[in-house]
Design a protein around this ligand. Sequence first.
Ligand SMILES: C[S@@+](CC[C@H](N)C(=O)[O-])C[C@H]1O[C@@H](n2cnc3c(N)ncnc32)[C@H](O)[C@@H]1O
Length: 193
Amino acid sequence: MSRYDFTTILEWDRIEGWFNLPQAVTLQTIVKQLPPRAKVVELGSYKGRSSVAIAAVLPAESILYCVDHFQGSEEHIISHFDVSNLLAEFTQNIEKFGVKDKISTLVMTTSEAATKFDSESVDLVFLDASHDYDSVRADLLNWYPKIKPGGFLLCDDYEVGWSGVMRAIKTVGLAGTVIAESLWMHQKPKPSC
Ligand SMILES: C[S@@+](CC[C@H](N)C(=O)[O-])C[C@H]1O[C@@H](n2cnc3c(N)ncnc32)[C@H](O)[C@@H]1O
């Protein structure tokens, strides 16, 4: 594909979801800086829109763990979105975009998945699962210890409309920056010698 062939980007935009192009490009910039053999965890994959964006630019021999129970979030059920086939749609999309071999799909809750990872073993966690205060707080408390010193935590929907996300980040006491639209980022400090 030539540098000016945007066909793939247009196709990516057809994966249903909420992650927009400025957010995807910004997240890709961070992912590209990770070392080879990086471990990246996405909490909340839905139909694979953000998963494809991440997996497409993973450094060599890296892996993206996509954690989702594929039952939809509270807001999807309330809005009557069809979430009856999420896992199949996710799998089709990661196949279609040629990133299936870079992804390990963990069909389980985010808290169950946290028990499967060692402390300080993950280079980047992207948090985009349930958006209510208690769930986001639990995800932060469960997953922050899994991030390596110098690694990254990114949260989607850091905005007034999702007050639970903003409040949970604040009460857990993590300082960060909004880097694209509602995409928030924190880099875990390295211990000073
Ligand atoms: C906002 S969507 C993710 C959107 C996706 N990151 C994207 O940009 O296209 C949230 C997803 O989190 C999943 N989810 C919500 N709560 C969860 C939990 N406690 N454990 C696992 N998955 C969860 C839902 O099934 C849903 O697919």
